[in-house]
Design a protein around this ligand. Structure first.
Ligand SMILES: [Zn+2]
Length: 273
């Protein structure tokens, strides 16, 4: 017997948790055959001189065999799962179905909010695969549950890839090392989640403090910004990423966050040091 009924919901604190399927059960029923998928979690610590760092592979509770779309974690109660979480999926579903099949949708307000909320929920929950990578504050989850809207701390973008493939990469950066002069707010770490889901590529990052120009950062990596943007930048579909682009992008995007963690707050606007 598991002790699932003693665990508390990570979102509302109620006792008893049920399995949360990250992609929703509709994704498992997709008629399109999908290839073996992969995901990884890494906790990146910054140590000593700027260029030294350690990467600790931390695969956590999702390190099970089988298709990515079948992965679930027991972190939320039945009421959350079937209530506000289901509403987020239901609102995003019409767009997710198109985007995963490679059909781009014009990004209006409804699309922007629905897809952003789904990606935020995904990354907030995915963190719990390994508690050592879990950094999003509890009050952020609480506020998201109650208000149903993201805070200004989130940067979210979507893009396309030319093949039909599922991946999830997660990096948590800047998790405190006392030897490095990191601001207290940054010690909480920055979680970056990059996932591909069919033809859709989604990226989400939670910043513990305000960072300017994250829109430009997303655009440079081939994403259409959904948050904090208020309007589409491309006004059309972004160029499709090819090959191993998603894996390359997680490395490049992690690298830029490293500079922020090390105190170069102007990295997004200034030339690279
Ligand atoms: Zn709950």
């Amino acid at each position: 017997m598991t002790n699932q009924f003693k665990q508390r919901c990570k979102y509302c604190g109620a006792e008893g948790v049920t399995a949360e399927h990250f992609f929703g059960s509709w994704a498992k029923r997709s008629l399109r055959p999908y290839q073996p998928t992969h995901f990884d979690h890494r906790l990146i610590k910054f140590e000593g001189p700027v260029h030294a760092r350690s990467r600790v592979p931390a695969l956590g509770g999702l390190n099970r065999p089988g298709a990515l779309r079948r992965q679930s974690l027991k972190i939320a109660c039945r009421e959350c799962n079937q209530g506000w979480m289901k509403r987020i999926l239901d609102e995003a579903l019409p767009y997710l179905k198109k985007l995963t099949e490679g059909e781009w949708v014009a990004i209006g307000e409804a699309e922007r909010i629905a897809v952003s909320n789904w990606l935020i929920l995904f990354s907030m929950s995915w963190e719990f695969a390994d508690v050592s990578t879990q950094v999003i504050p509890k009050n952020e989850r609480e506020r998201f549950r109650v208000e149903g809207l993201p805070t200004e701390r989130w940067t979210i973008g979507i893009g396309r890839q030319d093949r039909y493939f599922d991946n999830v990469y997660k990096r948590t950066m800047g998790v405190g090392d006392p030897k490095v002069p990191i601001r207290p707010e940054d010690k909480r770490g920055m979680p970056l989640t990059l996932m591909s889901f069919g033809h859709l590529v989604g990226v989400s990052c939670y910043f513990p403090r305000e960072i300017p120009n994250t829109d430009g950062w997303l655009v440079r990596h081939g994403f259409e910004p959904l948050l904090p943007s208020q309007m589409p930048i491309y006004g059309g579909k972004p160029k499709a990423m090819s090959g191993n682009a998603v894996g390359d992008r997680i490395e490049s995007m992690s690298e830029s966050l490293r500079w922020i963690c090390l105190g170069f707050a102007g990295w997004f606007t200034a030339p690279r040091p």
